[in-house]
Design a protein around this ligand. Structure first.
Ligand code: EPU
Length: 337
């Protein structure tokens, strides 16, 4: 395995910011992963894993080893009356995996089409879109314990998945590397059309004729219509979490802003951060090469040569302005390094 030094990460983060890693390793097997970890230990430098760098902002150069996880493979492990149990290795591209499942008539991931990133990164933040979270389809996952080199299995319950959250972001942060994920996919079609914009996109089509592939296509169309393609304009999707507030807090906000956009979420309310940023006047803002996307206020963009520090600075200005106007502290969903 080749370990490169002073490596430019521009093509390894979807914001396309230039940041240099002291070392970089492209890893295609578990033994190469162990080798890379041993290297960082021996050099006494930190290491960091990346999949496709779709949820990262490099604010500065990285002083350690970046490990690009590229372990591939998809296999049908078994099936029972209702489900297929399908295991994918961590380096599989998420969207390609979703499409592969649909082609095989393994259902249930269609709403999660076109989410950038890899399979291994998906459970860490419990990716979710258009009414579905990965938690609903996860069966178990396998992870390497960094301290001991042992492989352990985690059931869905043990992963403690919640909105954009898992145990791997909390108690077990930086202690495990997810190496493969097993999904429990449906044999019978069961579509989730709860999300308003998805219903709108499929309006006029007879429900009985709808297929999971049609839902996937509709999700792709919606995403393409309002989220910029990171291949064209650097971005990392939603930059902030949607804040979760209590009944009381929402009532207070509604009194002041009757048209505030909020959805019920597990006995509380999720406020559309995009709405807050939009109302604070940031949508379409641009200064130099940094900006807020014109079609979606939750997406910060790099129009070309922006640095990570400039993007971070813009995110702080947005946070301050939303806090001042609404009294809400937005939290970055993107991992800032
Ligand atoms: N809105 C505005 N202004 C805008 C954009 C949106 O006011 O510029 C309002 C609209 O009322 C809209 C509402 O905000 O109905 C919500 O917008 P959208 O449906 O685009 O969803 P979101 O809450 O902004 C979340 C996820 C997305 C996911 C979509 C669809 C988070 C942080 N983001 O976005 O995930 O694709 O729902 O399910 O939960 C990501 O995590 O990177 C991501 C793109």
């Amino acid at each position: 395995m080749l370990i490169q030094d002073d490596f430019n990460l521009k093509h390894f983060n979807t914001f396309h910011v230039s940041a240099h890693a002291r070392y970089f390793a492209h890893v295609t097997s578990r033994s190469e992963l162990t080798e890379a970890l041993t290297f960082s230990k021996r050099q006494q430098i930190p290491f960091m894993l990346i999949g496709q760098g779709s949820n990262l902002l490099f604010k500065a150069d990285y002083p350690g080893l970046i490990i690009e996880l590229n372990i591939k493979g998809i296999e049908l492990l078994r099936e029972d009356q209702n489900y297929y149990y399908v295991r994918a290795q961590c380096g599989e591209n998420w969207h390609a995996f979703v499409q592969y499942c649909l082609q095989n008539n393994w259902y249930g991931l269609e709403n999660l089409s076109l989410i950038p990133g890899t399979v291994g990164a998906a459970p860490v933040q419990n990716i979710g879109a258009y009414g579905v979270e990965i938690s609903e389809r996860l069966h178990e996952l396998e992870a390497l314990e960094i301290a001991t080199g042992k492989l352990l299995n985690f059931s869905t319950k043990q992963c403690q998945l919640a909105y954009r959250h898992s145990i791997f972001k909390a108690e077990l942060k930086d202690q495990f590397i997810i190496t493969s994920v097993t999904f429990r996919l449906l044999k019978k079609v069961s579509l989730n059309l709860s999300y308003p914009s998805l219903q709108e996109a499929l309006k006029g089509i007879d429900r009985r004729q709808l297929t999971p592939q049609m839902v996937s296509d509709a999700v792709c169309e919606i995403r393409q219509s309002k989220l910029p393609d990171p291949g064209v304009i650097g971005n990392a999707g939603s930059f902030f979490w949607n804040p979760i507030v209590s009944d009381e807090e929402l009532k207070g906000l509604r009194d002041a802003y009757p048209d505030i956009v909020a959805y019920p979420y597990q006995k509380q309310h999720k406020i559309a951060a995009a709405w807050l940023i939009d109302k604070a006047g940031w949508k379409g803002y641009r200064e130099g090469d940094v900006g807020v996307h014109k079609d979606h206020a939750l997406v910060l963009v790099n129009y070309g040569q922006a640095s990570g520090a400039e993007l971070f600075n813009l995110s702080e200005r947005i946070q301050a302005s939303v806090a001042e106007k609404f009294g809400i502290e937005l939290q970055a969903e993107v991992r800032i390094i």
